[in-house]
Unconditional design. Structure first.
Ligand code: FMN
Length: 182
């Protein structure tokens, strides 16, 4: 296999979070990485609501879907919100979603770089989250990303440990890549 950035290969959407606190400096480095993402006409559609204090986390955690209950242990949640019309309407495509996606991937890779784990999610109740956190109506929540240290995997039962260490697969290279023409 050709060599790519270590952080890309190390990143995974794990569910076993330790409750070990994350320093403000680490959180800031993740947000800063997000802020430097490219965006359509530099519109920078992203907004980050960072939940890191006990009361704020409690509010945020209440709106996670049942399937994402594992996220309640993560010591940091970043709510990523954007205006649906982010101001870059090329091709009639919702480019604000691409802006946000690029920012989130930057954040995920920076997290790996500093020894943390990030997990993007779509499983939460948008209205409840917006109301609890005072997010204005005109914004949509695109994703909620949990950040924290991975729990010591030895503390997990065998089945969970296996899930946490098995890499997800990808469509084959030759199915995805078209050289010179489709
Ligand atoms: C937009 C988006 C929404 C996702 N929502 C959830 C979610 O609600 N719950 C969850 O456990 N994982 C969620 N994931 C994680 C994906 O399941 C995961 O990225 C995918 O299976 C590939 O695994 P990997 O990230 O470990 O490489 C989401 C990922 C993305 C990009």
């Amino acid at each position: 296999m050709v060599e790519i950035l270590e952080e890309i290969m190390e990143r995974h959407s794990g569910r076993a979070y330790s409750d070990k606190p994350v320093s403000d400096e680490s959180i800031e480095s993740i947000l800063e990485a997000g802020r430097w993402a490219p965006s359509c006409s530099n519109t920078q559609a992203w907004n980050f609501v960072v939940l890191k204090d006990k009361d704020a986390l409690k509010l945020g955690r209440e709106h996670l879907s049942r399937g994402n209950a594992w996220g309640k242990v993560a010591p940091v949640m970043v709510i990523v919100a954007a205006e649906e019309d982010g101001g870059c309407p090329a091709h009639g495509l919702p480019y604000f979603m691409m802006d946000v996606g690029l920012a989130v991937q930057n954040m995920l890779l920076q997290a790996v770089h500093i020894g943390l784990m990030g997990h993007p999610t779509a499983g939460w109740k948008e209205e409840g989250l917006k109301e609890s956190l005072g997010i204005p109506d005109k914004f949509r929540i695109v994703t909620v990303v949990t950040f924290g240290y991975q729990a010591d995997l030895n503390s997990l039962d065998t089945e969970t440990r296996e899930k946490e260490t098995t890499r997800t697969s990808r469509r084959p290279f030759d199915e995805v890549v078209h050289w010179n023409k489709w």
